[in-house]
Design a protein. Structure first.
Length: 47
């Protein structure tokens, strides 16, 4: 499933912590960006 579909309430009808409410659907985006930023900081520290 693409990221856009995962964020859409039309496609993402999950009943767990990754779907349903806006908070649940956007949790995936937050977790993905948080986890992908960690390796980048080791290579090129931004601050």
């Amino acid at each position: 499933m693409s990221l856009i579909k995962f964020l859409s309430p039309f496609y993402n009808r999950r009943k767990d912590g990754w779907g349903g409410s806006d908070k649940g659907r956007f949790r995936f985006l937050a977790e993905t960006s948080h986890r992908s930023a960690k390796p980048c900081r080791m290579i090129c520290p931004c601050s």
